[in-house]
Design a protein around this ligand. Structure first.
Ligand code: ADP
Length: 446
């Protein structure tokens, strides 16, 4: 039996043009940022409750005990190493677990604990005695669905009579199947096939509907429409609906409001990146070879932490990686000609510290947040159109090093001409000095 579900894997954006800047889909960016992270992202920003359902609980919780979870579920939460709810969870969990159930739209940046929150809600709502799907979670990609199912399996490890089923591309079921699992996690096309077309399960029996990464969902062709078709088959009075997004704009909110009736809307604003804890330097280099030597010096001279090196093109990135490897340095390359799977592998290794240096191109680096990175090297200064400095990208690259009160170091490799133009623009824009670094003397940077 062959489903006519379209290929839902993240489209491979790799191509052979070396001088082109890498491009990346929203779906992949979100996935990269997810897997490049091992811990919760904490922020000092406050939760904003934007719209209030008058019946929804007002309080926030400071502990998981306060939620009256099933003992085995609470055990699973602790087994995952969670001590206390994250900022978004403090407010989201009482709403998600409320009786009667409340609908929720929640937005916060990736890594703040949204998935853990809704997985907890999914696991706590099901009745394991009823052997049919009761919870449905829609993910925009195959990879995300797999990740979410892993979290559910892990958190539900002590809920032995609770079962999760993936509804994704390579899962094929014989006609006439009736699913018995309690939780279905899948991509919209496959879920539509399994429910409305083949009747493997009944959407009207779903009591919790989760739509994850709404921003990625609407950026993917056809997914919005499929989501609506699934949504229409739910029985609104009996179904709790929750929607999550990492970003917040009019288009996402319009979609969110169309999916979720009478929601409470909560937001956790992104903490501003800042250059406060970061020392910024530049090294004068007139050629790529000069730049290479500067990097070799930096690599030899600085011993702590991990470094990321940003190049403008794939060609430069590949050249640099090859040269550094030949010289015996353990470096990793993350660029667009790798398959999605390989990019994830590269990131995993870097995150585990197997390589100290990650070389990458502009665009791919956007979603990546590796906490232990203390040095950022701009092999090429980010420029926008007409050769003007791209200050936003600069901040985004550099801002990641000085997180969590740690001190960061940024080193820009520039020609004399660039030092006087682009670099100066960046300096003026942020009002912070970028000082010349003498690569023979690293005492001043460490
Ligand atoms: P999001 O869905 O917003 O991207 P996740 O739920 O995936 O965030 O959480 C990001 C990371 O933080 C994951 O590694 C997750 O295991 C961890 N995490 C989530 N909630 C907590 C918590 N309350 N305490 C500690 N770690 C947590």
């Amino acid at each position: 039996l062959k489903d006519d579900v379209e290929e839902q894997k993240i489209p491979d954006t790799s191509n052979n043009s070396e001088d082109k800047e890498d491009t990346i889909s929203k779906a992949e960016l979100s996935l990269l940022s997810k897997i490049s992270r091992t811990r919760l992202v904490t922020t000092k920003a406050d939760i904003e409750v934007q719209q209030k359902n008058p019946y929804s609980p007002l309080h926030s919780v400071k502990s998981f005990e306060a939620l009256n979870l099933k003992p085995n579920l609470l055990k699973g939460v602790y087994e995952m190493g969670f001590n206390a709810p994250s900022k978004i969870q403090e407010t989201a969990l009482p709403i998600l677990l409320a009786d009667p159930p409340q609908n929720l739209i929640a937005q916060s940046q990736s890594g703040t604990g949204k998935t853990a929150a809704f997985v907890l809600a999914m696991l706590s709502r099901i009745n394991p005695q009823l052997n049919h799907p009761q919870v449905l979670c829609l993910s925009p990609t195959y990879e995300l669905a797999v990740q979410t199912a892993e979290v559910a399996t892990k958190m539900g490890v002590f809920c032995v009579d609770t079962h999760v089923r993936l509804a994704v591309r390579d899962e094929v079921l014989p006609r006439g199947t009736k699913l018995k699992e309690h939780i279905i996690i899948g991509t919209p096309g496959k879920v539509l096939d399994w429910s409305l077309k083949y009747k493997f399960f009944d959407l009207s029996k779903i009591i919790v509907f989760v739509l994850d990464e709404a921003d990625v969902m609407i950026a993917t062709q056809g997914h919005q429409d499929q989501s609506f078709r699934i949504r229409r088959a739910l029985v609104e009075e009996n179904c709790q609906i929750m929607l999550f997004s990492a970003t917040y704009d009019d288009e996402v909110m319009e979609f969110a409001q169309a999916i979720v009736p009478n929601p409470t809307i909560i937001r956790l604003k992104r903490e501003e990146e800042s250059l406060d804890n970061i020392k910024q330097h530049y090294v004068l280099c007139e050629s790529e070879d000069d730049k290479y030597n500067a990097i070799a010096n930096i690599y030899g001279g600085i011993t702590v932490g991990q470094a990321m090196i940003f190049c403008q093109t794939r060609r430069t990135a590949a050249w640099l990686c090859e040269k550094m490897s030949k010289d015996g340095h353990a470096v990793a390359l993350l660029s667009g000609d790798l398959s999605v799977e390989n990019r994830m592998k590269v990131l995993d290794r870097f995150r585990e510290g197997k390589e100290k240096v990650l070389i990458t191109t502009n665009v791919l680096a956007r979603g990546i947040d590796v906490e232990q990175v203390t040095i950022v090297v701009n092999f090429d200064i980010p420029v926008a159109d007409k050769g003007r400095a791209d200050c936003e990208t600069y901040l985004h690259r550099i801002g990641r090093t000085g997180r969590f009160g740690k001190r960061g170091l940024a080193i820009n490799l520039v020609s004399k001409k660039e030092a006087d133009s682009t670099l100066k623009q960046i300096q003026d824009h942020f009002g912070r000095t970028i000082s010349l670094l003498d690569t023979d003397d690293y005492d001043e940077v460490e």
